[in-house]
Write a protein that binds this ligand. Sequence first.
Ligand SMILES: Cc1cc2nc3c(=O)[nH]c(=O)nc-3n(C[C@H](O)[C@H](O)[C@H](O)COP(=O)(O)OP(=O)(O)OC[C@H]3O[C@@H](n4cnc5c(N)ncnc54)[C@H](O)[C@@H]3O)c2cc1C
Length: 207
Amino acid sequence: MQQYDVIVIGGGPGGLAAAYPLAQAGKKVLVVERDLWGGTCPNYGCDPKKMLYSAVQAKSYAARMTSAGLNGIPDINWPKLMAFKRAYTRTVPNGTRSGVTGAGMIAVDGEARFIDERTIAVGQDQYEGQDIIIATGVQPVLPNIRGQELIKTSRDFLDMDQLPQRVASSGPGTSAWSWPTSRPKLAQRYMSSCTATGRCGRFPKTP
Ligand SMILES: Cc1cc2nc3c(=O)[nH]c(=O)nc-3n(C[C@H](O)[C@H](O)[C@H](O)COP(=O)(O)OP(=O)(O)OC[C@H]3O[C@@H](n4cnc5c(N)ncnc54)[C@H](O)[C@@H]3O)c2cc1C
């Protein structure tokens, strides 16, 4: 069985923030990722959101400047914007994985499961770690309601080929809420209608 000082489960920002300094300190580090290297933030979250939103922001600034000498408000071409976003996100997993191996760590693709407190398995292979860091992030939880199969998550929304004319947003959590509303409201700027619902009737400020 292969032995490591530290095994990190999850190749997202949390796992990598722990892994890099440990490797730099001379520890033998293994990182396991079951999906896309880089995790939620650069692949499905912060970065895609900011890339889409930057076009909205540019349009918004232009609109504000029309009375100050700027002619015309630019149109947003959603398919082109999505292609721009995908051109960026496509490079993230390989780039992140190369960073991990380039820093002297071992990168393993697959789902880690515990065998005992110091041993994990990925597929048929087992790895032992003096310490094991669990940095597996979170998953969206869909409400158990009729029509649940029609619900889209933020991940779906940020990768849509076509933008729907109307959207209803549910969930008052910061991440859940920030994708459609990113200052000042991604979805509302693109769409004809955006309706928000929240259990408490209160929404946090977006980060
Ligand atoms: C739409 C959206 C917008 C966001 N915008 C911002 C923002 O603007 N600013 C900001 O600071 N934050 C933002 N966030 C939050 C940010 O993405 C998260 O805080 C961050 O990604 C958390 O990092 P993490 O490493 O803990 O988890 P993750 O990034 O989710 O990484 C965990 C990784 O672990 C892997 N994994 C899980 N289980 C296993 C297993 N058993 N074996 C192997 N691998 C496993 C997963 O595949 C995943 O890649 C946003 C999130 C979303 C959804």
